[in-house]
Design a protein around this ligand. Structure first.
Ligand code: TYD
Length: 234
């Protein structure tokens, strides 16, 4: 790992990609396909998810999603942030430092869309909270699997957790915020139409990977995280 000014850079072979989207958008299926794509090219890949990428995360996931009582919105936001801090410190960062491609099923944008916008806790506050929790670790690339919430809900019928049972309006706010994040971060976030079959959706994703892989794997262009956090926590 090299250090340049206040920033550390990724070692060769390391890359952090996240997958975002509403419930039932097919992230899990696509992540497995992306894992295979990287492995065929000789990369070491780690697939992980939030909440639940660690033992503590699994416990938090149970409490927040299917726990014995409803969690109030601020507690919910802090639990997701705590899970993320621990996940980054113990799983994601060590994997990146070891030169791994990390594929994350949900990350900061989930908190911004669900807690910041849909729960109306404030998108800037929630982003700052997560930036603090992760010491500013941002993915290089994010695939936003976009689809109308009704389609996602139909796919999930019968096995919905507490957040998934929220109203249609809640999920519309999630989608709207995701699309706003994408508009604000065109370098990082690619919007993928997630309505088609898994193979159709993956062919869009593969196209982006083929086009960008060389630039993504150039360590010189990849400040991974800002040691000073300047510009992240304002
Ligand atoms: P999960 O079962 O992983 O859903 P999916 O398979 O659709 O990803 O459940 C994750 C749920 O947790 C989902 O409803 C979104 C919610 N969530 C937040 O509200 N904030 C967060 O920061 C994260 C990571 C997830």
């Amino acid at each position: 790992m090299t250090q340049v000014g206040g920033q550390r850079r990724a070692p060769e072979g390391s890359l952090f990609i996240t997958f975002e989207g509403g419930d039932g958008s097919g992230k899990t299926t696509q992540i497995q396909k992306v894992r295979a794509w990287f492995e065929e090219r000789g990369y070491t890949v780690l697939v992980t998810r939030e909440p639940g990428g660690t033992e503590m995360g699994t416990e938090l996931r149970r409490l927040v999603q299917n726990g014995p009582e409803d969690v109030d919105p601020r507690t919910e936001a802090l639990l997701y942030a705590a899970d993320r801090a621990y996940h980054v410190a113990t799983v994601i960062r060590p994997a990146l430092e070891a030169g791994t491609v990390v594929l994350g099923d949900r990350y900061i944008d989930s908190s911004v869309a669900y807690q910041g916008a849909a729960r109306a806790l404030g998108v800037d506050e929630i982003r700052s909270l997560s930036a603090w929790a992760t010491e500013g670790l941002e993915p290089r690339l994010t695939f936003l699997l976009d689809l109308p919430p009704e389609v996602g809900a139909r796919r999930k019928d019968g096995k919905r957790d507490r957040l998934e049972r929220e109203s249609g309006e809640f999920h519309k706010r999630v989608r709207r915020e995701y699309l706003r994040i994408a508009e604000e971060n065109t370098d990082r976030v690619v919007v993928i139409d997630a309505v088609g079959t898994p193979d159709e959706v993956f062919s869009e994703i593969r196209g982006v990977l083929e086009e960008r892989i060389e630039a993504l794997m150039t360590p010189a262009q990849a400040p991974l995280w800002d040691l000073t956090l300047e510009g992240v926590l304002e």
